[in-house]
Design a protein around this ligand. Sequence first.
Ligand SMILES: Nc1ncnc2c1ncn2[C@@H]1O[C@H](COP(=O)(O)OP(=O)(O)OP(=O)(O)O)[C@@H](O)[C@H]1O
Ligand SMILES: [Mg+2]
Length: 537
Amino acid sequence: MGDDVFKEFKEHSVAEFFKKNRQMLGFSGKVRSLTTIVHELVTNSLDGAEEAGILPEVKVVINEIDRDEGIYRVRVEDNGIGIPFKHLGKALGMMLAGTKFHRYVQQRGQQGIGAAGVTMYAQLTTGKPIHAVSGYKGVKVSCDISIDFKNNRPVVSNVVKEPSDWHGLIYEAEVGDVKYDRGVYGVYEYLKRTAIANPHAQITLIDPSGEEFVFPRSVFEVPPKPKPVKPHPLGITTHDLIDFCHHSRGYSTLNQFLVNEFARFSQKKLVELRELLPDIDFKKHPHQITWEEADRIVKAFRKMKWIAPSTEGIYPIGEEQIRTSMKNILDPEFLEVVERKPSVFRGGIPFIVEVALAYGGSAGRRVAGRSTSDIMRFANRVPLLFDAGGCGITEAVRSIDWKRYGLKNFDELPVAVLVNVSSVHIPYTGAGKQALSSEDEIIGEIRNALMECARKLQRHLQGKIRERERATRKRAVSKYVNQLASDLSELAGCPDKRDWIVQQLNEIIEQKYGGTRAKMIAKKEDGEEVLLDEETG
Ligand SMILES: Nc1ncnc2c1ncn2[C@@H]1O[C@H](COP(=O)(O)OP(=O)(O)OP(=O)(O)O)[C@@H](O)[C@H]1O
Ligand SMILES: [Mg+2]
């Protein structure tokens, strides 16, 4: 009987796996699927431009082919470095292939699944290959690409090559089971947020109605080129260590591998480690390390004292950049931006938190004509639109006692909170990369930054209340000026002085209740307000 069961024993490729489990890549729900497609392609475009030191220009065009059937054409064009022809098929038509997975570097892409995932989705929902045009080092190539799922191999056809100075990538696909939507989970919102966190990029969207939206560039400097960094011994798991060892090249012993591949790993540290683990053979080839050995090494790392990891290789958006883009896109009445100092989570992974709090203008969302607060989450400048409930960033924002800062109904205020976490290793909760796990240190940093912003907002709002009260009083008192001046001038027997009295009274009111001289108002001991002039003040 058992033999029959194993007749069906088969191996599967990673492409077949994701074909069955496309929701793991974010392909679930019509609106979300379309946003995921745009997200994967746009993150690649931004990475591809920045890596070559080019200010990114990305154009997204979405055409409706059959709305009832949910079929659309998506086209994303960038001015990046392009992809050399020999890698083009694999880059866009093979799962787990790319330039980023094996490096410890802060980029938007990490896994080498994104683009091929979109190619897969197009194929599964419309049966059509995708069309790509790549301009790289003087050659422009256009071709069609699909995936051979069984072998996880790209199938490239209709190749046309021509010389050209143009560089960049155009990726075009016909996809089904999607829907274009202007709501909070849609492509428009995604691109708007991408623009907020990437003010150095020029992003254009042409939506299915033909309307063009341009999120213009407001910062004209290319962010520094991300530098690969070595992992810190306290920042890795047993699984990571095994993975690094098995993929290592050029080392014949574990000794060499550890000293060269980890940050802060000196010969002295190696001696210390070997003393802690005398029965492990550190002369063996790194490919031969066992799970048990890796596990003991990682545990020994945690018992040793290490210099904190260096924070180079982490690039936040930058305080000034956030300020410029928030002003540009939200035009708020109040804005505070805080960039925290680099910190470390899990003992060995450095990160930087940036927070902005905007009030008024187009900050927040309008739902059925009413304002609501908006939490904009980002990881390495990529907007996270989905799975908000299970995200550490949401948890941190929700944990603030906003009432303490005079914001009674936080949910109903025209407030936008931006949180960006930058790291070479973002602790996502799943392969869909939409939520951060609740690391205590990250939550703590976000909370501190938020409280700093909230205190400033509180001061701003209190100032506004005082301003309003002053204006009301001014209006109330001004009503009596004319009558009072007439009565006074008559009483004093000099009716010709009426206008002069009006002028004097108005001046007094202006001094007392006008905005600019407000600081000249002081309180006497009995609580009465008096006006101080420059000399007495
Ligand atoms: N627009 C582009 N410009 C330049 N290179 C690109 C572009 N799009 C994709 N690539 C190349 O193709 C590779 C595969 O892209 P893909 O999106 O599948 O993976 P990734 O970006 O490395 O990681 P992730 O799965 O996290 O997105 C990239 O690593 C990059 O080398
Ligand atoms: Mg990618």
